[in-house]
Ligand binder design. Structure first.
Ligand SMILES: [Zn+2]
Length: 393
């Protein structure tokens, strides 16, 4: 989910919102101020309902943000980089760049979110109860009570044991701990996600037919989203399975042809692009990678500007490069590959460029891995281990 607006950083993590968050904001604010609040707490001015509805919607989104930030903070504490947090149509996402190293880390990262939502719900519930006891205005109490309820609901929904929900990660952590096979655990929790997706769609359609049109559609839409996300997680688990045990050095092309960073585009085209078969060249200074240039990037420079344009100006900058180490498992590199470097990673050992990994290197490794006989995997050979139908290419 890409952010349409950047809000800033929280705990060092970039936070943004996708425009689609406006849909949930509008649905909640309108639903509360024009429907639920006037019905439940009559005899207030319209402005009071609108203020309570908008206020509750804003605080709800802040609670959602706190939930995601908690995932991000714990992930970072467990050594996983976090690309960013984005709020969107179906809540929030904290994009982690890597996977938990142990079931315990997975459990902590996944568990903290629902816990935070639960605590937020408890706090609002407590405040609402205190205000109610003190005889405060019932609309204000009602808005706080709604916030309490929605945050508890968020926690409960999120611990349903189905990927990609937090509960799916908790299930994965538990199964992983139990059998010691992370991929199997990931496949099971992704399948549970698909089941939940279908259930929500079915529930939603029933509600729709029974007359609760908006709520039913919303539920079905969430189910449909879960279905897609769970399917993607299952495929990802299979990729992990195919690539397990493969190191970056196994697939990289060694000692790639490099280019000095301070030449002009024209010189690069004459000497390198026409001189070698490659379409992508790392820029290197004393053996250290400082950028990456591709045919596509150079092509964007009009012919009459090639003499004037420095190669560095069109290259993917050093800070945007994806750097890998030769010993690193390939599966850990995949989530870090970026658009900037055309999906390539530069492999560096002791500060020197030693290789490059391209998307076709990864594809080849994946195809080869998927041809391996799963029966030869030690963790699959245990008696009684469930047989999973790995998809063959
Ligand atoms: Zn969560």
């Amino acid at each position: 989910m890409s952010a349409s607006f950047r809000l800033g950083r929280i705990a060092g993590v970039p936070v943004g919102v996708n425009w689609s968050v406006l849909v949930i904001f509008a649905l909640i604010a309108a639903g509360l101020s024009a429907g639920q609040f006037p019905r439940a707490y009559p005899d207030h001015a319209m402005a009071a309902y609108v203020a309570a509805g908008i206020g509750a919607a804003v605080v709800f989104l802040l609670g959602l943000l706190a939930h995601e930030v908690s995932h991000a903070v714990i992930a970072k504490r467990n050594g996983i980089a976090v690309k960013g947090i984005t709020l969107w149509l179906f809540g929030g996402v904290a994009e982690l760049q890597g996977e938990a190293e142990s079931p315990g880390a997975e459990l902590r990262i996944a568990g903290i979110g629902p816990l935070v939502s639960l605590v937020i719900g408890g706090i609002f519930g407590g405040i609402a109860a205190l205000l109610a006891a003190g005889g405060a205005d019932n609309l204000a109490v009602g808005a706080l009570a709604w916030l309490a309820g929605i945050n508890v609901a968020l926690a409960v929904f999120n611990i349903l044991p189905a990927a990609p929900l937090d509960g799916g990660r908790l299930l994965r952590a538990a199964l992983w701990k139990w059998r010691g096979d992370r991929t199997w655990a990931a496949v099971i929790s992704a399948r549970a996600g698909r089941v939940l997706g279908w259930l929500l769609i079915a529930f939603g359609l029933i509600q729709f037919l029974l007359g609760a049109a908006a709520g039913g559609l919303w539920l079905a839409l969430i189910g449909w989203f879960l279905l897609g996300a769970a399917g993607a997680e299952e495929r990802q688990a299979e990729v992990g399975q195919a690539l397990s045990g493969i190191k970056v050095s196994d697939v990289m092309s060694s000692n790639p042809q490099t280019v000095p960073p301070n030449i002009r585009v024209a010189e690069f085209i004459d000497q390198y692009l026409f001189g070698y078969r490659h379409t992508v060249f790392p820029l290197a200074e004393d053996g250290r990678p400082v950028g990456l240039v591709s045919l596509d990037r150079v092509r964007q420079v009009p012919p009459d500007q090639r003499e004037r344009t420095g190669l560095r100006e069109v290259a993917c900058a050093e800070k945007d490069l994806t750097i890998a180490s030769p010993e690193e498992p390939l599966t850990e590199l995949l989530p870090r590959l970026s658009q900037c470097a055309d999906g390539r990673a530069l492999v560096v050992a002791e500060g020197r460029l030693v290789g490059i990994v391209s998307p076709s290197d990864v594809n080849r490794a994946m195809l080869r891995g998927s041809m391996r006989d799963p029966g030869h995997r030690p963790e699959r050979a245990q008696p009684g281990a469930p047989r999973l139908g790995w998809r063959e290419p």
